[in-house]
Design a protein around this ligand. Structure first.
Ligand SMILES: [Zn+2]
Length: 54
């Protein structure tokens, strides 16, 4: 069971559709791909906590 939460994805800032697991250049525009953390997704926790925390 290899979870993908600890995986770095490289994408093009101009073309979010371009994704790969290694640094390189965008095949569409030739820009250097930037690394994004797959663990920084916003769907990690819910902000709608109606409970009384503290
Ligand atoms: Zn691009």
């Amino acid at each position: 069971m290899n979870n993908e939460s600890n995986k770095t994805i490289y994408t093009c800032p101009m073309h979010p559709d371009v994704k790969q697991d290694a640094p390189g250049r965008c095949p569409k525009c030739g820009m250097n791909l930037v690394a994004v953390d797959a663990g920084t997704t916003e769907s990690g926790h819910a902000h709608k906590s109606s409970g009384g925390c503290c």
